[in-house]
Design a protein. Structure first.
Length: 397
C-alpha cells in the first residue's frame, strides 16, 4: 500500500558532497574542528545552573490558568526588557510563543492565504524556507549587497512586490552577515510597507550583540519596537539568544502599527495562540528571572566573540582569505578567491583538514568563495581551525 503525503513537505532528501563528507568523517570517528558550533549550551560558557533552574520549581506553575497571550507577569518582564532598550512596549502589545519559529508560523497564518508571498533578504538564515513551506507561503528573496558592509537593495525589494505580497521580513542584525538595518533603511522599509499595505516582520534575536560600544552602537542596535510605526510591524525575539537558553523555548511577538490594524492583528493572534496554548506555565513563571539575569551570559558571549574576532584578524593577515565587515551577531563571513566553489571548498576542508565551515551557499551568498564561521566556538578550537583555514600550522596547546 502506498501512502500520500502533503506536497508542502516534499523536500529533496539527497545529500550534497559537503553533507556526505561530514557524515563519513563522523562515522569514522575522526577528530574534527567545528567552526560552525553555534549552540551556546555546548560552547563552554559558565551558566549559573542553580539560578537558571530555581524558578522552574515555582509551586504556582502547578496551577493551570492559561492566558492565550501569555501570563501577564511574563509579558511585563518582556516589556521591561524593551524599556531597557529605550523602546516603549506594553504587556498588551505582546504575544508569547515557544520559539521565534513558532512566532513566524503564527504570523504567516495571520497574514497569508496559501500561495501568498513574503519577501525575505538573501543572504540570510535558510530556516525561513522551511517555515514558509510548511505554512504554504511563497518566500521571495530580495538582495543584500556588499560594499564595505552589507546594505539592503531597496529598489529591487520594491520591484519584487506583487498583488500577492503580504509582508517584508528583515533580520536586525542579519544572520549571518552581521549588519543592523540603518536608520535610512528602516525609514525606507516602513515607507514601502505603508504605501503597499504590507506588514513588516523584524527578527531581532541578535539585537544585544553589537561588536562596538558607545552611542553609535546603541543607535545601530535600536529596536524596531521603538519610534513611529506607519506600517503594521511585528518584532520577534526570545531567550535563545538573549539569555543563551535555546532549550527553554521562550519567545514573543511585539505588535506595533496604526491603531486599528494593530488591534485587529492582536485579536486574531490571540485566537491563533489560544488554539495551541503552547508555552508551559513553568517557563512563563521563570521568564522574568531569566531576563533579569541575562547580562552575565551576554557579557561572556560578547567577550568570546571579540576574542575570536581578534584571533581571526591575526590569522588571516597575509592570507588569501579576508573577513567581510560586520557590526553585530555571532557569525563571521570569510571571502576567498572567487574561483573557489564554496561547496567543494567546505567539503575539502572536512576531508583533508578536519575543519567544519559552512559554505556561503548554505545562506544564499552570491557566487562562490564564501565561508561562514561561528564566533562563539571555544577559543582554542577556533584558533586551531582558523589557522588551518589560513594555511598556517596550529600552535601546540
Amino acid at each position: 500500500m502506498s501512502f500520500r503525503f502533503s506536497s508542502r513537505t516534499l523536500w529533496e532528501p539527497a545529500e550534497d558532497s559537503y553533507a556526505v563528507a561530514l557524515r563519513e568523517a563522523r562515522a569514522a570517528g575522526r577528530a574534527l574542528i567545528d567552526l560552525t558550533a553555534s549552540n551556546p549550551t555546548a560552547c563552554g560558557f559558565n551558566f549559573v545552573t542553580a539560578e537558571i533552574l530555581r524558578p522552574l520549581s515555582n509551586p504556582a506553575a502547578l496551577q493551570y490558568d492559561p492566558d492565550p497571550r501569555g501570563m501577564r507577569s511574563a509579558r511585563e518582564a518582556v516589556a521591561q526588557y524593551y524599556a531597557d532598550h529605550a523602546a516603549p512596549v506594553t504587556a498588551d502589545e505582546l504575544i508569547l510563543t515557544t520559539s521565534t519559529s513558532e512566532a513566524y508560523s503564527f504570523l504567516f497564518r495571520l497574514l497569508c492565504d496559501p500561495g501568498d508571498e513574503v519577501l525575505a533578504a538573501q543572504p540570510s538564515y535558510p530556516l525561513f524556507d522551511f517555515l514558509a513551506d510548511v505554512d504554504d507561503v511563497v518566500l521571495k528573496p530580495y538582495p543584500l549587497f556588499y560594499d564595505h558592509g552589507w546594505s539592503i537593495d531597496l529598489h529591487t525589494l520594491e520591484r519584487q512586490i506583487t498583488p500577492r505580497t503580504r509582508a517584508v521580513l528583515v533580520v536586525h542584525p542579519n544572520n549571518p552577515t552581521g549588519q543592523y538595518v540603518s536608520r535610512a533603511e528602516r525609514q525606507a522599509l516602513e515607507g514601502i510597507c505603508a504605501r503597499h499595505g504590507l506588514a513588516l516582520i523584524v527578527d531581532e534575536v541578535f539585537l544585544d550583540y553589537p561588536i562596538a560600544d558607545g552611542a553609535q552602537a546603541q543607535e545601530s542596535a535600536r529596536s524596531f519596537s521603538a519610534g513611529e510605526h506607519p506600517a503594521l510591524t511585528f518584532v520577534l525575539s526570545g531567550m535563545s539568544k538573549i539569555a543563551a537558553l535555546p532549550q527553554m523555548k521562550a519567545a514573543w511577538i511585539v505588535v506595533k502599527g496604526p491603531a486599528q490594524a494593530k488591534d485587529e492583528a492582536l485579536q486574531r493572534l490571540e485566537v491563533i495562540a489560544d488554539t495551541f496554548l503552547s508555552m508551559s506555565a513553568p517557563i512563563q513563571h521563570a521568564l522574568p528571572h531569566w531576563l533579569a539575569g541575562r547580562e552575565g551570559i551576554q557579557q561572556q558571549i560578547r567577550e568570546r566573540v571579540l576574542g575570536n574576532w581578534k584571533t581571526a584578524q591575526a590569522a588571516l593577515e597575509g592570507s588569501e582569505l579576508s573577513a567581510l565587515e560586520w557590526t553585530a551577531g555571532w557569525n563571521l563571513v570569510l571571502r576567498g578567491p572567487r574561483a573557489k566553489d564554496d561547496l567543494q571548498w567546505a567539503t575539502r576542508l572536512v576531508r583533508e583538514q578536519g575543519v567544519i565551515a559552512h559554505p556561503g551557499s548554505f545562506y544564499g551568498m552570491p557566487s562562490g568563495g564564501y565561508l561562514v564561521l561561528s564566533l562563539i566556538v571555544e577559543p582554542g578550537q577556533f584558533a586551531d581551525g582558523i589557522r588551518l583555514l589560513a594555511g598556517q600550522r596550529s600552535e601546540p596547546r
